[in-house]
Ligand binder design. Sequence first.
Ligand code: NAD
Length: 297
Amino acid sequence: MFIEMNPNDTFGLLLRLGQDRNRGCLVGILQGRKGLILGVANEKSIAWGVARACHREGAELGFNYLGEALKKRVHPLAESIQSGFVEPLDVGDDAQLDDFFAKVEARWGRLDFIVHSIAFANRETLKGNFRDTSRADFHLALDISAYSFIACARRAARLMGPGGSMVTMSFLGAVRAVPNYNVMGVAKAALEAATRYLSQDLGSEGIRVNAVSAGPIRTLAASGVGDIRKLMEKSARGALLRRNVAQEEVGNATAYLLSDWASGVTGEVHYVDAGFNIGSGDPGGEPAPSGPASPSS
Ligand code: NAD
């Protein structure tokens, strides 16, 4: 079911949701929306947590995959949420970007949102001394992890109208020196600045651009960061909720940013890190025994 919403009319939205609920039909906050989720590698990917939340909220989703090995993983995941759009895309290649977005246009004709959940740096750069980063490794990390968001945003914006929304994934290493995060911290700083400049460009078109800064989560990409186990332990102890966040929590916060509930929010870096960034760090106590809450998804 598609409901017409005036993003400025929160009361109207509430009323409609109530009416639809009264008719026995729950309407999700992304009902009728079409969106791309870029960066699913497997079921542990943050992008997959976002995809599940967006699917639950009623969106129709399209996916990319990087290389044949990941195609085999992404296809069944996409099928499990009734998505028929799964296409190859290496964001380091402009021709592939053009091709990918041409397929999106041919299939849907328009786009309501994109989620950019992509980063890459050579493993050797994510341990040891930051000063040893080579020029080539610096370029690669910033190209794939930061520039690619600009490249995707430009192509996606052409297919969007007012109400369009874009979200990328960042980490605290953008604004603090985090051991071993090194060149990826510089890339995330560029990504957060790009979020602000994109939101400036696209604001006049009614398109919003935000970043989510997620606490550490065990994924393929995270396993490349040196001493990730220690980082996660310290993060759980230092978080105000005394635990790390779950993939679903990042998914739910991202779905909100993509939806009209966040119609007045753009250019923001929204932390989903159990309060780690505003605390004073590891208080030396034990983590909460309960572990992450598991919001329904
Ligand atoms: P992940 O390994 O599941 O996802 C990374 C994705 O990037 C993969 O799907 C990979 O295929 C894709 N990718 C890499 N190079 C690419 C290229 N050239 N073209 C297209 N795709 C490419 O790991 P994740 O942790 O889910 O990472 C997703 C995002 O979240 C990244 O931006 C990461 O920096 C960010 N993030 C992760 C954490 C964490 O602790 N896991 C915390 C904060 C932010």
